[in-house]
Design a protein around this ligand. Structure first.
Ligand code: WT7
Length: 650
């Protein structure tokens, strides 16, 4: 139950000056549900169509006839919507405000300049033989050239697949193989926290690891003075490539359902899935949500502190804001470099109006008391946002009081790689806030809570969060595996999209995400499948068996707790622990570094051999007094050993 004191009404200034107030939201939401075709036909007019669409949508969530199409016969180009159409009146507005890792370094790139850079690079890609429909992998640091690369792909109809630069060579190669990607765009190195991150070295290893694809071109942006190996057969210098190109590159005419990008994300089983997003629906939804959720007004400086390697970066650093002609801030570094005042410094230095950041960053700053905002004015800020994981009310209130000076609404936006853009979210002028709640659905979104049999639950209750109808930003398929798309999202509950999250709905109809109900971890806002971590672990020669669970972690939200059974003859040791940590970092990336490794001579299993994760989660969470029924275990003694040795592991 929320007490009255925990409700933050819409500030009067917002109700008067925002796009929508409470009544406006209700009216628009109702219309979006009652007559979705008319609603979306109207909203899609925010996009410049080369040829208009006739049919709004054609959707079936039936597992055997699964298809999702929006505006299907319309033609457009997403990059032209993000660039060309702003040139007539807003060419000199700043499109990207880039802030470097080192304090004092920044760059402003106007729409005119960005358009020119994108055209040149797009021509460069064409000169390398990249065609419409080809998958181009992008493994870049947070520099404007990363945005240029993405938009250049969109301009020529190539499908980008951005791989987060923190992923290992193994992970990069796996994604290149899956996408049959023959072109890779990277930098010699990136800068983060005062150090170089040697991306090209990782790329060289990845290229050698690819089995399903032959890499033909590696375009290298020589960004830092770090030297790298050079393979003249495939390596191409970015600067040389673009120097030879014309500024003129006609935007490819794309069908609304032509793929725009693939982005890999982890699920509860198997390898990461290539989430496929298409053109017309995605850009309509990214742009509409960006405008309403952030109540965006032209000229404002808007900072989404994500990485372009995640969906948040795709939709809310790049596509949504640029489609709206916004000034989007792109920050290269980390929130605590050179010290914890950096975020506040950037806000003051660049007079930023809107800040959108993950709860994990908020909690890490909060751990420093009020130091992160000491001496800062922060008066330019008008709105705050969070995304990626549930935010605990304490962190919400700290964020509100410090960065928000108790004046800025906080939009807690719930969504997923699969949903393309925000789904449950407050609208600043319309929604009274409750700390920790993502509040209510965006236009066109039909959330429901169901029990484990798929029965829809009414009123204030708790259950599995599903979505009952489609929305334009929805993913269309798993790249190369439509069957997996159907099985993952549409087979648990019939004719509904299953999010994998649990949620509670309160007496006011507000939603509170309680976290994943499947075997997916959310560590510092990064999503990881336990199955993926386990299969990496058992690939190590010393490991017989492994089980991975999440446990509550003050800053990361969830920590990674690993139980390992070593092969007979291998002795547990600190060296072995380090070896396994390094192994996971190398196989997946630093984000997969385990917090705890506990040696387990045996894992708790049912008589049919299924690992009882419920028990492992309880031990990891230090709730050994709540193990529940252990009578179905094949060997109950295993649990006693785990409980007795928990302390030694942590
Ligand atoms: C999962 C999706 C949304 C883009 C970044 C993450 C969790 C996301 C919230 C929120 C509570 C949240 C969910 C979701 N999540 N936003 N505001 N409150 N939980 O995208 O990597 O696809 O992860 O992140 O568990 O399913 P993602």
């Amino acid at each position: 139950m929320t007490s009255k004191s925990d409700i933050y009404p819409v500030p009067a200034s917002y109700a008067a000056h925002s796009l929508l107030n409470e009544d406006g939201y209700i009216e628009m939401y109702n219309r979006s549900i009652q007559d979705p075709d008319a609603f979306w036909r109207e909203q899609a007019q925010r996009i410049d169509w080369i040829e208009p669409f006739t049919q709004v949508k054609d959707v079936s969530f039936a597992k055997d006839d699964l298809h999702i199409r929006w505006f299907a016969d319309g033609k457009l180009n997403v990059a032209a919507n993000c660039l060309d159409r702003h040139l007539e009146k807003h060419a000199d507005d700043t499109a990207i405000l880039w802030v470097g890792d080192e304090p004092g370094t920044s760059r402003e790139i106007s729409y005119r300049e960005l358009h020119r850079d994108v055209c040149r690079f797009a021509n460069g890609l064409k000169s390398l033989g990249v065609n419409k429909g080809d998958v181009v992998t992008i493994y870049m640091p947070m520099v404007p050239e990363a945005a240029v690369a993405m938009l250049a792909c969109a301009r020529i109809g190539a499908v980008h697949s951005v791989v987060f630069a923190g992923f290992s060579p193994e992970a990069l190669a796996g994604r290149m193989d899956d996408g049959q990607s023959r072109t890779l765009i990277t930098a010699n190195a990136g800068r983060r926290g005062g150090r170089s991150v040697m991306l090209k070295q990782n790329v060289d290893k990845a290229v050698a690891l690819c089995r399903e694809t032959t890499v033909e071109n590696v375009v290298v942006f020589n960004y830092t003075d770090d030297t790298t190996d050079w393979n003249p057969a495939i390596d191409r210098d970015y600067a040389e490539l673009v120097a030879a190109q014309s500024d003129d590159c006609p935007a490819e005419v794309m069908g609304a359902e032509d793929p725009l990008f693939i982005l890999y994300t982890s699920g509860s089983t198997g390898k990461p899935k290539g989430v496929l997003h298409t053109s017309g629906g995605y850009i309509t939804y990214a742009s509409l949500t960006h405008e309403y959720v952030f109540d965006y007004r032209r000229g404002e400086r808007y900072w989404c502190a994500a990485d372009i390697g995640w969906i948040t970066g795709h939709s809310y650093i790049l596509y949504g804001p640029l489609a709206n002609g916004a000034t989007t801030v792109m920050y290269e570094g980390v929130p605590h470099y050179p010290d914890v005042t950096r975020v506040a410094q950037i806000i003051d230095d660049h007079q930023i109006n809107i800040l959108y950041i993950a709860p994990t960053a908020i909690r890490a700053l909060m751990a420093e008391g009020d130091k992160p905002v000491a001496g800062a004015s922060l008066e330019s800020l008008r709105l705050l946002g969070t995304v990626g994981e549930p935010i605990n009310p304490e962190a919400w209130k700290w964020y509100y009081r410090t960065f928000g000076r108790s004046q800025c609404p906080i939009v807690d936006t719930w969504w997923q790689t699969e949903t393309g853009a925000a789904m449950l979210t407050p609208l600043p002028g319309a929604t009274a806030l409750k700390p920790g709640s993502a509040t209510r659905p965006f236009f066109g979104v039909q959330p429901a809570l169901v029990d484990n049999e798929g029965h829809i639950l009414d009123g204030a209750t708790e259950g599995n969060l599903v979505l009952l109808g489609s929305w334009p930003g929805q993913m269309r398929t798993v790249f190369g595996d439509h069957q997996r798309f159907a099985e993952t999202y549409f087979s648990t509950f019939e004719n509904m999209y299953f999010t994998g999250d649990g949620a509670r709905r309160d007496e006011d109809g507000y939603y509170w995400i309680t976290g994943r109900v499947d075997d997916v971890l959310n560590v510092s806002g990064h999503r990881m499948g336990t199955a993926e971590l386990e299969s990496a672990l058992v690939a190590h020669e010393a490991v017989a068996e492994a089980a991975v669970v999440g446990y509550p972690h003050d800053i990361k939200g969830q920590g990674i707790y690993v139980y390992v059974t070593l092969n007979s003859g291998v002795e547990p040791s600190e060296d072995m622990r380090k070896a396994l940590r390094d192994w996971l970092r190398a196989e997946i990336g630093p984000i997969a570094t385990p917090d705890v490794i506990q040696w387990a001579p045996g894992l708790p299993k049912t008589r049919s051999g299924k690992i009882m994760r419920r028990i492992l989660r309880k031990v990891a969470a230090d709730e050994c007094d709540q193990l529940g029924d252990t009578s179905t275990l094949a060997d109950p003694g295993v649990v006693d050993h785990l409980v007795a040795n928990r302390a030694a592991a942590t």
